[in-house]
Write a protein that binds this ligand. Sequence first.
Ligand code: CA2
Length: 140
Amino acid sequence: MKKILVINGPNLNMLGLREPAIYGSRNYNALLEFIRTSAAQLGLEVECFQSNHEGAIVDCIQQAYGKFDGIVINPAAYTHTSIAILDALKSVAIPTVEVHLSRIEEREEFRQFSYVSLYAEKAITGLGFDGYREALKHFA
Ligand code: CA2
């Protein structure tokens, strides 16, 4: 069974509390439930990680080396700033799909550039929770 690591970045643990028009009204626990159910249906083993800290996300990616067949990552605000996360993904060379709940390419200019997209095989944006299932499908 393929092992997939799902990484969620800063503030995604606050889902459902604010900005439901952009991010939906379901909370982070509902997202975890959705990811685990989708993975089971697709015959994938999944591990989920969330952090508000860039270095912790870099550590998590490094520790995935040799252990996971794929990474699904929503780096949240670090998408637009983090060369460190991009370099970590390149260093472990694990196939990666990037996910965003919202359609970042249609939002503020500062959200339209993604460092992670320079490495990811695919970016799925604007599908809300369903984007994570589409990303898992990529590996199934
Ligand atoms: O659309 C996405 O998935 C984002 O990665 C979400 C990030 C944002 O910084 C990216 O530009 C796009 C934000 C994560 C969650 O932010 C919240 C804001 C208010 C209330 C709850 C969460």
